[in-house]
Design a protein around this ligand. Sequence first.
Ligand SMILES: Cc1ncc(COP(=O)(O)O)c(C=O)c1O
Length: 394
Amino acid sequence: MNTQQILDIETKHSAGTYAKQPLVIVRGQGASLFDVDDVEYLDCASGHGVANLGHAHPKIAAAIYKQASTLITLFESFPNDRRAELMKKLASLINGLDRVFLCNSGTESVEAALKFARISTGRKNFVAAMRAFHGRTYGSLSATFNKKYREGFEPLVPGFSHVAYNNIEALAKAVNEETAAVILEAVQGEGGVYPASTEYLQAARRVCDERGAMLIVDEIQTGFGRTGKMFAIEHFGVIPDMLCCAKSLAGGLPMGAVLIGQNIKNLIPGVHASTFGGNPLACAAALAALTVIEEEDLSRQALVKGAYLIDKLRKIESPNIREVRGMGLMIGIELKHKVATYLSALQEKKIIALNAGMTVIRLLPPLVISYGQIDHLVDVLTEVLAPELVSVEA
Ligand SMILES: Cc1ncc(COP(=O)(O)O)c(C=O)c1O
């Protein structure tokens, strides 16, 4: 089948909830993706931050193959060697977060954390941030701020309020004795790539402690080396009561997790469960992924390459750029215009990137991206962001 035939089938038979790109990807290798005609693209999206290890990593492929030939599925009521190993590993990552709930996606990990906060505190309310994105199922959607995701789906879960991000006063005012939890991203991703300030996250911890509320940090996009540490909270010296993660946890296989601290109580059998959660196949892939992250020191790679890339981006002389910001290899280029035209121009030049809101180009390349590929990306961005090359929308 050629590109058009494949596109036609997906357009006809998909639910219709995705705007389809006119580009059929069939294969990946490292930070590269290849279309049906074997044309190479530089992947600066990583499947929305999933492919931190790069595509087709041999150790992930081998672990999946081995476990698939051994045991794929097992409900969590029955213990399993791979799952136990993974739980032990995850419990060792952040001091104090030594219990784990395993699920299959980011939104599921947020749903679980919200339920755990309510059952633990007996309280109903949640405080989230403006611009926040936490997922698209009802609990996580209620924590998500942007009208674009929420409209048409009301009534959402009651009890959620949103306050300005990085505003300590607003947060302190919103959290009270009825707050079950505060939920925050360490770096807001979909909302435009805005890192939290250290003072803000530390104040969030303090306010939650004072008022008996739980602190949930959503590291679904920032986790597993993306920002230059295994988890972004390590930059801030803050330990939440629950940490939500997913995306790159199992090297590309669907998996989510909540890492849980001592303040979370009442987690007894029957409180929550998931048919696929903790299946041995995903656990084996996650173990391999965590091993690769450590062996290849991917967090450090993200830190150093991210600093290199941000420095180069800040040197681009373009009247279209308002600001370059980010942490590690989670980078936003805020433009003075809408980004759609620029993303199309990048794709024409074989670079796949993302937006974050209307005006931010978001770069989430695999952490294994090479310096040669980074230099190429900067060259293409310089060209595309030159004012005369792209029609400028108001
Ligand atoms: C910060 C954050 N939270 C939650 C989610 C939802 O994850 P999923 O799409 O796996 O449900 C995402 C996905 O982009 C995210 O970036």
